[in-house]
Design a protein around this ligand. Structure first.
Ligand code: ADP
Ligand code: MG
Length: 729
C-alpha cells in the first residue's frame, strides 16, 4: 500500500468525529470542568495528574518518615472539642507503636461522630513533632474496618479549580477511563519503532501508577508513559498541520507569473545588489506566487537583513500581473517607513503607493478607499486599518505582513478574506482569486523546533546573511550609576557626525514575570497600561530635558506613542535626514526603523526588558559601515532572570541564538505572542526538552498519512475533535 497517492477520505478536519459529551452532570460541575478545559469525557482521560500521593503503604506511627505525607492506621482513644486558642477538634489515636494527635480547625458536627472511641481510622498527612508530641493537622482520613485493603496504585492529585474537590475529579476520571475507548490509534510497528507503550497502558499508568515507579520520572515527565502522551500530542499537531497544508493546496489563488518587466527595473535601480540569501528568498517567492494556490510563506531574517526589498520584489511581481498588493505593519512609524521606501522605489516605475492608517483624515481616507475598491491603487501600505471592513479591494493578489507575530490570527484571516470579496478579477486575468497570496515577515527568528511545530503549515525562507559592509554591534552593560560617562559617549558620537538613540522603554510585562518568579510582594496598586505609558512618557520627557540641556549644540528629538501621527513622522523624518542627531524615544521605535547613520543606542532599564525586544532595539544600529555600540543601562539589584537575560544579550549577537535562549527561558507561548496570535499551546510536550519526540512525530506524520490514513484519522479524532483551537486558520 506504500506510496499509493490515494485520496484521503475523512481527513478533512471539519469532519472529525466528536467526543462523547459530559451529559448527565450538573451545570455547576460542567462549569467547573470547563474552567479546567474539560468539555468531553475524553478530556477527562487526558487530564493528567500534577503529582501523586503514596497511600499504598501503612506506616507504624513510630516509624513514619519525617517531612513527607504518610498513611497510618490507628484507633481512636479520645476525642475533644477545644476552644483555646481557637475552636478545634482534637483526636488522639494509637496504633500499638505510638500515639498521634489529629487536629482539625474547621469541621462539621457529623465529623465528630466518625471519631468515636475505638473507631479505626486511616489518616494521610505529614506527622510533625511539636510541643504536644506527634501531630497531624487536617489529614485526609476515613473510617475503615480491620484489614481493609490499601491502595494498590499511587493516588493521583489533579490540577483543579475552586469548588471541585480531588475526590469528585478522581471519580469522574475513573469513570471516563472505564467508558472511553482507549484502543491504540497507532500501528504496532510505529510504537515499536519509537519504543512507545500502548496508549491504554500509558494513560492508565499515568492516572494510577504502581507504587514501585520512580516518582522522579513521573515528575520530570521522562517516564515512557509520559513520552507516549507527548508523542501523541505532537503527532496530532503535525498531522493537523499537514492536513491543512493539503487543504490549502485545494484553494485557488491568482497565478502571478513573473513577467520580469517591473522587477528587473527595480533591481537595476537599486543602489545595491541583493545578497545571496535575498536572491534565494526572492526565487522561492517568485515560484510560489506563480502557482494557482495561495502562498503562505514566512520570510525570516534577523533585524537589518534586508527583508523589505524582498517584499518589494514580490509586490512588483503581483503588480506586473495587474493584481493589488497590501503591505501591513504593526506600528504607524514602521508602516510609514515602508510607505516611504516603497514610494521611493516604485515612483520611478510609475506605480502609485497609497497610504492608509488609523489616523488618515476622513476625506483623504474616503478617496483612498474608493481608489482601492476600483482597483486604481496597485499598492497600499498601512497599519491595522487595512483590516477594517470598509477596506474593499478590487483584486487583492498579495498581502504582505511585516512583523507577523504581532498580529493575531483573526487579523491575518481578515486580510486573506479580502481577496474574495471584490474579486471580479483584473482586466486580462482570467483566473479569479479565491484567496490572495500571503508573505509574512518576521525579525524574531523562530527556532527550528517552533518552526517545525507551530509554523509547520508555513513555508519558510530564511535570510541568513547580512548585507555587506556591516560591522557587528558591540554591546556594553553599564550600571545606571555611570550615566554621566554614557552621556559623554553620546556627545562624542554625535560630535563625530553620527547619530544616536536613547530609549526609555515600556516595562510592564517583564516586570510582572519577575515579580512572580522572585516572589516579591506585589505593589499595592499596580498601574494599568495607561498608567505605565504615562510613567514611561514622563521618564522619556525628563531624559529629553536633561539631554537637551547637556547638549546645547545638538538637535535632540523626542518620539513617543502619544504624539499625533504628523508629529511622529516629523520627528522621525528629521532623524532620518540627520536634522536631529539624538533621538529620545519610547518603545515606538522598537520595530523596523532604519537609519543607517545611527551608530549608538542607549537603552534604559534594560534589566526589565525581554530578550527579543532588546535584540530588536539593538538591531536599529550597526546598519551602516561605522562601528556601532549598544549600551544597556541597568539598575541594581538585578533579579536572577534579569541577570541571565543581560548576560545572554551581551554574549550573543546572532538573533537565532537569542531566540533559542528566549524559548528556553520563557517557553513558546511568549515567544510566539500566543496571547495575540491565538496559537494553541502544547499541553504535554515541551519543545525545548522534547526535540527528539518532535522529530519522531514529524516523520511519523508523513508516513502515517501516506501509508495508513485511517490511523491518521483515528489519531486526529482522538486528539483534536472538539478542539477547533488546535487547527490553524
Ligand atoms: P529588515 O530585514 O530588518 O526589515 P531592512 O529591509 O530594513 O531590514 O533593511 C535594512 C537596510 O539594509 C536598509 O537600509 C536596506 O535598504 C539595506 N539593504 C537591504 N538589502 C541590502 C543589500 N543587499 N545590500 C546593501 N544594503 C541592503
Ligand atoms: Mg523590517
Amino acid at each position: 500500500m506504500r506510496g499509493e497517492a490515494k485520496p484521503q477520505p475523512g481527513l478533512d478536519a471539519s469532519r472529525l468525529t466528536p467526543h462523547a459529551s459530559l451529559a448527565g452532570l450538573s451545570k455547576g460541575t460542567l462549569d467547573k470542568l470547563a474552567k479546567l478545559n474539560i468539555a468531553s469525557k475524553f478530556d477527562l482521560v487526558l487530564h493528567l495528574p500534577l503529582r501523586y500521593d503514596d497511600e499504598t503503604h501503612l506506616y507504624p506511627i513510630k516509624d513514619a518518615p519525617a517531612a513527607r505525607e504518610v498513611l497510618i492506621e490507628a484507633t481512636v482513644v479520645e476525642t475533644d472539642i477545644k476552644y483555646r486558642p481557637r475552636r478545634q477538634l482534637v483526636v488522639h489515636l494509637e496504633d500499638g507503636s505510638g500515639v498521634v494527635t489529629l487536629r482539625f480547625f474547621s469541621f462539621y458536627g457529623s465529623q465528630v461522630k466518625h471519631f468515636e472511641a475505638g473507631a479505626r481510622i486511616r489518616a494521610f498527612g505529614e506527622i510533625r513533632h511539636g510541643f504536644f508530641g506527634a501531630e497531624m493537622v487536617h489529614p485526609r482520613y476515613r473510617v475503615v474496618e480491620e484489614g481493609a485493603p490499601v491502595a494498590e496504585a499511587l493516588t493521583p492529585v489533579y490540577p483543579t479549580t475552586a469548588g471541585m474537590g480531588q475526590d469528585t475529579l478522581r471519580k469522574l476520571i475513573v469513570r471516563a477511563l472505564a467508558s472511553e475507548k482507549l484502543e491504540d490509534t497507532l500501528p504496532d510497528a510505529l510504537l515499536k519503532q519509537y519504543k512507545l507503550p500502548a496508549f491504554r497502558d500509558a494513560v492508565t499508568f499515568l492516572h494510577h501508577p504502581s507504587p514501585d515507579v520512580a516518582q522522579q520520572d513521573l515528575q520530570d515527565r521522562t517516564h515512557p508513559a509520559w513520552r507516549r502522551m507527548k508523542f501523541d500530542e505532537l503527532l496530532a499537531q503535525q498531522l493537523s498541520m499537514r492536513v491543512h497544508q493539503q487543504k490549502r493546496r485545494g484553494v485557488g489563488a491568482p497565478a502571478l507569473r513573473p513577467k520580469g518587466t517591473l522587477v528587473s527595473r527595480l533591481l537595476k535601480d537599486l543602489p545595491f545588489q541583493l545578497t545571496g540569501a535575498q536572491q534565494r528568498a526572492v526565487a522561492q517567492i517568485r515560484e510560489d506566487l506563480s502557482k494557482p494556490h495561495p502562498m503562505q510563506r514566512l520570510l525570516q531574517g534577523d533585524v537589518g537583513s534586508g527583508k523589505t526589498v524582498v517584499a518589494a520584489v514580490a509586490a512588483l511581481q503581483c503588480v506586473e500581473n495587474k493584481f493589488q498588493v497590501a503591505l501591513m505593519a504593526p506600528t504607524e512609524i514602521l508602516a510609514e517607513q515602508h510607505f516611504r521606501k516603497f514610494s521611493g522605489w516604485l515612483a520611478s516605475l510609475g506605480i502609485d503607493v497609497a497610504w492608509l492608517s488609523g489616523s488618515t483624515k476622513k476625506v483623504a481616507k474616503k478617496q483612498t478607499l474608493t481608489d482601492i475598491a476600483s482597483g486604481k491603487t496597485p499598492v497600499v501600505v498601512g497599519t491595522h486599518a487595512l483590516f477594517e471592513d470598509d477596506v474593499v479591494f478590487n483584486n487583492l493578489g498579495l498581502a504582505i505582513i511585516d512583523e507577523q507575530h504581532r498580529f493575531g490570527v483573526r487579523q491575518r484571516l481578515a486580510l486573506r478574506l479580502k481577496g474574495t470579496q471584490g474579486a471580479q478579477g483584473a482586466a486580462g486575468a482570467s483566473d479569479v482569486s479565491a484567496q490572495p497570496h500571503q508573505l509574512m515577515m518576521s525579525a524574531t527568528p523562530i527556532p527550528r523546533t517552533l518552526a517545525m511545530s507551530y509554523y509547520a503549515d508555513l513555508d519558510v525562507s530564511v535570510i541568513d546573511e547580512l548585507p555587506p559592509g556591516r560591522t557587528p554591534v558591540t554591546t556594553k552593560l553599564v550600571s545606571d550609576t555611570r550615566r554621566d560617562e554614557v552621556i559623554a559617549r553620546v556627545r562624542d558620537a554625535c560630535a563625530a557626525g553620527s547619530q544616536a538613540y536613547w530609549v526609555c522603554p515600556l516595562v510592564e510585562e517583564i516586570e510582572a514575570e519577575d515579580t512572580a518568579e522572585d516572589k516579591k510582594p506585589k505593589p499595592a496598586r499596580k498601574p494599568g497600561r495607561a498608567g505605565l505609558e504615562a510613567l514611561q512618557l514622563k521618564a522619556a520627557m525628563e531624559t529629553y530635558e536633561t539631554l537637551s540641556a547637556a547638549f546645547p549644540d545638538l538637535k535632540v528629538g523626542l518620539a513617543h506613542g502619544r504624539l499625533k501621527s504628523e508629529e511622529k513622522s516629523a520627528v522621525m523624518g528629521a532623524f532620518q535626514r540627520n536634522d536631529v542627531q539624538l533621538l529620545v524615544a519610547t518603545t515606538v521605535i522598537e520595530v523596523g526603523v532604519d537609519v543607517p547613520n545611527a551608530s549608538l543606542m542607549v537603552i534604559e532599564n534594560a534589566e526589565r526588558m525581554g530578550l527579543s525586544q532588546l535584540h530588536q532595539l539593538r538591531g536599529r544600529v550597526g546598519r551602516g559601515a561605522a562601528q556601532s555600540a549598544c549600551i544597556l543601562l541597568y539598575r541594581t539589584p538585578l533579579s536572577l532572570t534579569a541577570r541571565e537575560r543581560l548576560k545572554i544579550i551581551f554574549e550573543n549577537t546572532d538573533g537565532f541564538e537569542v531566540a533559542r535562549h528566549d524559548l528556553r527561558m520563557r517557553g513558546p507561548g511568549e515567544l510566539l505572542g500566543a496571547r495575540q496570535s491565538g496559537v494553541p499551546l502544547l499541553r504535554f510536550a515541551d519543545l525545548s526538552a522534547d526535540v527528539d519526540l518532535l522529530d519522531a512525530a514529524r516523520d511519523a506524520a508523513a508516513t502515517l498519512l501516506t501509508e495508513n490514513p485511517l490511523a491518521a484519522k483515528a489519531h486526529l479524532d482522538r486528539w483534536l475533535s472538539g478542539r477547533g483551537e488546535f487547527l490553524k486558520v
